[in-house]
Write a protein that binds this ligand. Sequence first.
Ligand SMILES: Cc1ncc(COP(=O)(O)O)c(C=O)c1O
Length: 446
Amino acid sequence: MTNPFPHDKTLTNDLLDWTRDRIAKIPNTQYGAKPADELEKCFGHAITPSGVGGTESLRIFTDEIIPTVRSQSSATNVAYVPAYPSPAALAFDAALGSSGIFGGTWEAGSGAIHAENQALAWLASCAGFPETAGGVFVSGGTVGNLSALHAARHKWRANNTSDKRLAVLASTEAHSSIKAVLDVMDVELIKMPVDDNGEMILDALSDVDTSNVFAIVANAGATNSGAVDDISALADFSQKHGIWLHLDGAYGLAALACPENRKTFTGIERADSFIVDPHKWLFAPYDVCALVYRDPQIAASAHAQHAVYLDPIRKDNWNPTDYAMHLSRRARGMPLWFSLATYGTDAYAQAIKMTIDAAQAIADWIDDQEYLELSVRSKLSVAVFRPKNMTDDEIDFWAETHRDNGTLLCMPTSWQGRKHLRICLVNPMTDVDQITTLFASLKGKP
Ligand SMILES: Cc1ncc(COP(=O)(O)O)c(C=O)c1O
């Protein structure tokens, strides 16, 4: 029998050599997103009945594809939420990919799932959750939020009914994924106003009719402003009304890795669930979100899929597939586990501290410049500011010019209805002087 997929050792070695170099190299910030028709001209010939062969496929990847993709981890990328995967996590991810592990059921992936559970247990302990807490790594914050809120509604429905459409409370600063998830669930989003720091105004809660509300989502590091809601007060409110408290910490809850930040999230230990994306600020590669439940059994009863062909799977084992909106999965939490095991949690604490210190130093510098206005300084690594003398178009032009020439990725946002610039740091090696020197060009016209 001829194997349709013969192993080409040279190709494997070439790929591994490239991978080794890529991990060791400082990423190139000069990239250019190309239009699809241009890309089609470069590698439109790739998919044919006989294939183009490994050498040509690898050439397309290294020469045509890689120059068009942005390095998320460069020290001058302070836009959106960048990434800074550790070298150990990156190298391990390559090994994990070649292991072909199925991480859905204990029977198929016990050791890998146990390692993932160790990483989840560390996160749960940072949050002060009980040892019985547990969860699963999913592809991203959106799926994590969806899975948590589905479990929340499942629990609420077991004890309540309402003639009205069900609803969830969250602030106007909640991430767009919350609205997207609630649309999928056909649930109303009741938006709470925020103060000048982006934190939910608690007084507004007293006006809410909670008879159809099954969950409240607290920001544990809002993406745009870095705001952290008053989690203790929201835990009191949730407890009083018998509703689920979920924390969206996709970006911000990474700060728990540094014990001195835990006070920022006081009350988290009383939440029902939280998410944090290790691909954002826990130094793991895409795509991974840690979803942790106080009571994982509720999640399993909401999410476990049933089919006759799945009957042989033993339910007395920990099957990650049961804890979120998915079935098949790779053991995507393992690069985090490997990175934690390699460097230790102290290195994580140090890296988080370095990042926050750098962000605060940049915010201090902005605050000192008479031509800049610091509108939001978060307790984490986000700051929002405005060049006082620039028009909106000039701000756009400044940001796009720096993006296009690869010197800096710092994109505009909006704060209280006005155009602003925003930084979000996740790279502990960010050089404050390098960033502030680039920001000095905001003094004149672009
Ligand atoms: C606070 C917050 N929640 C949820 C998400 C959605 O996460 P993902 O992009 O991993 O689906 C993000 C993404 O930036 C986020 O910052």
